[in-house]
Design a protein around this ligand. Structure first.
Ligand code: PAP
Length: 341
């Protein structure tokens, strides 16, 4: 049984951020009694997963999530980019940043100093739980100029109350579960020591289909935001990676409209949408030194967030039967929701 209330949070840990990829028993900061009261799964992810209020969370993000729930004060002008891990966060973070800051970097001189040229999109749209509240108990976010852009992988039901109560906007990006799974599997392999080799994909698939993935079950994560987008279309925008690939121009305009900063006639004539898409394209971002050899402020290699960036890549790693297994869960889980992936 899960305790309904977590205990008071311990003081922030001075431990380096790379600790987040350690196993639970090696984490000095964890609040052990609370953690050990939650169902545990030694997942295919390097850290253990703990079940908290219906979702499997890497042990080390429970504390930042709870801290964020306690402290984060949403502002009506805030924009939260929400994803299940590996749904295209990096891409949409870049687009979001370029979109809301487009007036600042519209001429050729300011374009040369565009922050996307020297920073990974994750540092421009920092994650609440993987960055800000992991580093500090109460980061000074009031100093940030509006609109503040944040990323999060938190399920809808775990968002801080202030996010739900305020008029801030949520942009949810969803990706086909087969590509999402394969992208996650590759990422997990990057985190493993080389001598251990790749973790068998079949083993990971079994766990993924049982809901055991970071912030999973994947389907419950998606459904939480899909439902919210139907109920509150002015607050939650539901987008997909695949739509972005098929018609990025339409999707970026849709995003701008939703955020209340639609493109004007002149901007459209001047090719502003195309410029943003070019700047944030996989080809452009991966050609930048910062993304080839730089590191995020949280310590990860920037290039971990870029691999192939394609739709349907799952078929290069999974058999048709494995794909059908995911399709089966998707059909079952999404039944009656009106959502097709
Ligand atoms: P995160 O949730 O941990 O931040 P996220 O950015 O969602 O990771 O996932 C990375 C995926 O987005 C990778 O997919 P792949 O493994 O299937 O290749 C990565 O290649 C893809 N990606 C990153 N940047 C772009 C981009 N500019 N355009 C398209 N896809 C991208």
């Amino acid at each position: 049984m899960q305790p309904s209330q977590p205990p008071p949070l311990p003081p922030p840990s001075p431990s380096p951020l790379y600790l987040k990829y350690l196993r639970e028993e090696d984490m000095p900061q964890a609040f052990p009694d609370f953690l050990s009261s939650l169902p545990l799964e030694e997942g295919w992810f390097p850290t253990s997963l703990r079940s908290y209020q219906g979702f499997w969370l890497p042990s080390w993000i429970l504390k930042p999530i709870l801290t964020c729930q306690n402290h984060f004060q949403a502002d009506p002008s805030d924009v939260l980019l929400v994803t299940s891990p590996k749904s295209g966060t990096t891409w949409l973070a870049a687009i979001l940043f370029a979109l809301v800051n487009r007036a600042k970097y519209s001429d050729s001189c300011s374009q040369r100093s565009h922050p996307l040229l020297t920073q990974n999109p994750h540092d421009l749209v920092p994650s609440l739980e993987f960055n800000l509240y992991l580093k500090e108990e109460n980061p000074n976010l009031a100093a940030l100029a509006p609109p503040r852009l944040f990323g999060t992988h938190m399920p809808y039901s775990l968002l801080p109350q202030s996010v739900r109560d305020s008029n801030c906007k949520l942009v949810y990006l969803c990706r086909n579960p087969k590509d999402n799974f394969v992208s996650l599997w590759h990422f997990v392999n990057k985190l493993r020591p080389e001598e251990k080799g790749q973790i068998p994909i079949q083993e990971c698939l079994d766990k993924f289909c049982r809901g055991l993935s970071p912030c999973g079950p994947y389907w419950d994560h998606v459904l939480g935001y899909h439902k919210a987008s139907l109920e509150m279309p002015e607050k939650v925008l539901f987008m997909t990676y695949e739509q972005m690939k098929v018609d990025p121009h339409v999707q970026v305009r849709r995003l701008a409209d939703f955020l209340g900063c639609p493109f004007g006639e002149e901007e459209l004539r001047d090719g502003m949408v195309e410029g943003i898409l070019r700047m944030c394209s996989f080809e452009n971002l991966t050609a930048l030194e910062v993304n080839k050899s730089g590191k995020l402020s949280t310590g990860e290699d920037s290039n971990w967030y870029f691999r192939r960036g394609e739709v349907g890549d799952w078929a290069n790693y999974m058999s048709a039967e494995m794909g059908e297994r995911i399709d089966g869960v998707t059909e079952e889980k999404l039944h009656g929701s009106g959502l097709k992936l």
